[in-house]
Design a protein around this ligand. Structure first.
Ligand code: PMP
Length: 381
């Protein structure tokens, strides 16, 4: 007996982003617009709460679902900020990042052989997560002419009506697209008509620049068929704390907790202490960081315009998704890296609909961003 990856593991290719990081790591003077991670450190009060909890010796497991106090804070925050109403008792599950919550949903709420409609281009984990769960994927490619919004037409054309569940992310990684409440109405109607449950990844909900975020779970008849995912990685700049959460009807959260209680036991305790403080006292920092992202967003979009590269007006998260001047975005990204030491990610890394585009993360300090955009402009000339 030797170690061979299981078939469903073998079926998943290595991450398309990882290759660029590996290349980038070997180079000097590199500016990376590749990573989907805030350049800010976590707010100091959250870090201090983590330190204090350690000084107090609070190093045990917590309740499987997460500390009660944290679930209550999450319930208050979601109600204040996103108009969502979930009961801390049985409708919220605290997880090791939104990543764990998504994985739990795929494994706990779908059976092998069920199908999941995946709105693309999308975060790199959805399709592998579905494969690990033995779930079939139906690609739902959004279109640049729709500004990468999800429309009824795209859902119908892709055969999503046959799916058991739909997963999407707005504000979107990698495109920066957002959807208004009005635009979600038809998506919600489609899901109700075709009896789909929805996995709504709203991890960038607090990073919108043109209009407030609306959760699909606030639309009529949707709360009972939606699980909402969020976390502390993006708006609170707490990626390394590894803390996220899922909110949904008790039967969904209970099933997800059934897997979580055996595979994770509980989310990191120190991070839960930090997160309580983040929700209590760090909302101003979230607003400040969002203001800075917005400034960078406007700068990046204006630079692409000057270069003559088409870039639709990304209105959320911290990504721009311009059209690539070369046919092969992978070759472009590699050549840009080799000749100008700027790392960007080809859109193909994010699935269907991403071809011919580049993902630019502007979660990078303005100085570096300016230097990187100058180098890109030189390269494009
Ligand atoms: N969803 C999306 C759309 C993301 O971009 C990310 C992080 N890149 C995640 C989920 C995972 O976040 P977390 O750090 O909470 O696991």
């Amino acid at each position: 007996m030797t170690f061979e990856p299981a078939d469903r593991v073998d079926a998943v290719p290595p991450s398309g982003i990882r290759r660029f990081f590996e290349l980038a790591e070997e180079m000097d003077d590199i500016i990376s617009l590749g990573v989907g991670e805030p350049d800010f450190s976590a707010p100091w009060a959250a870090r201090e709460a983590a330190i204090t909890s350690l000084e107090r010796g609070q190093t045990s497991y917590t309740a499987n679902r997460g500390k009660r106090e944290l679930r209550e804070r999450i319930a208050d925050y979601e109600s204040d900020v996103h108009d969502l109403s979930y009961d801390a008792e049985d409708e919220i599950l605290v997880t090791a990042g939104a990543s764990e919550a998504l994985d739990l949903a795929f494994r706990a709420l779908l059976d092998p052989g069920d199908s999941l409609a995946v709105v693309q281009p999308c975060y790199v984990s959805y399709v592998p997560g579905a494969t690990f769960a033995g779930v079939d994927v139906i690609d739902v490619p959004t279109r640049v002419e729709d500004e990468f919004k999800l429309t009824r037409e795209v859902l119908e054309e892709s055969g999503a009506a046959e799916a058991d569940a739909l997963v999407y992310c707005y504000p979107n990684n990698p495109t920066g697209a957002t959807m208004t409440g009005d635009e979600l109405v038809e998506v919600a109607a489609f899901c109700r008509e075709n009896d789909l449950v929805v996995f709504a990844d709203e991890i960038y909900a607090d990073l919108t620049y043109e209009h407030d975020h609306t959760s699909i779970a606030t639309l009529p008849g949707m709360r009972e068929r939606t699980v909402v995912f969020n976390g502390f990685s993006k708006a609170f700049a707490m990626t390394g704390f590894r803390l996220g959460y899922a909110m949904g009807p008790p039967e969904a959260i209970t099933a997800m907790n059934r897997v979580h209680q055996y595979t994770m036991l509980s989310a990191p305790t120190t991070a839960q202490h930090a997160a309580i403080e983040a929700l209590d006292d760090c909302r101003e920092e979230v607003t400040d960081m969002a203001t800075q992202y917005d400034r960078r967003r406007k700068y990046v979009l204006s630079q692409f315009e000057e270069m003559g590269l088409d870039c639709f007006p990304a209105a959320g998260a911290f990504y721009a998704f311009p059209e690539c001047p070369w046919d092969d975005a992978g070759e472009f990204a590699e050549a840009l890296l080799q000749s100008k030491s700027v790392a960007v990610v080809p859109g193909t890394a994010f699935g269907e609909g991403g071809a011919g585009h580049l993902r630019i993360s502007y979660a990078t300090g303005l100085e570096d961003l300016k230097e990187a955009m100058t180098r890109i402009a030189d390269f494009v000339q």
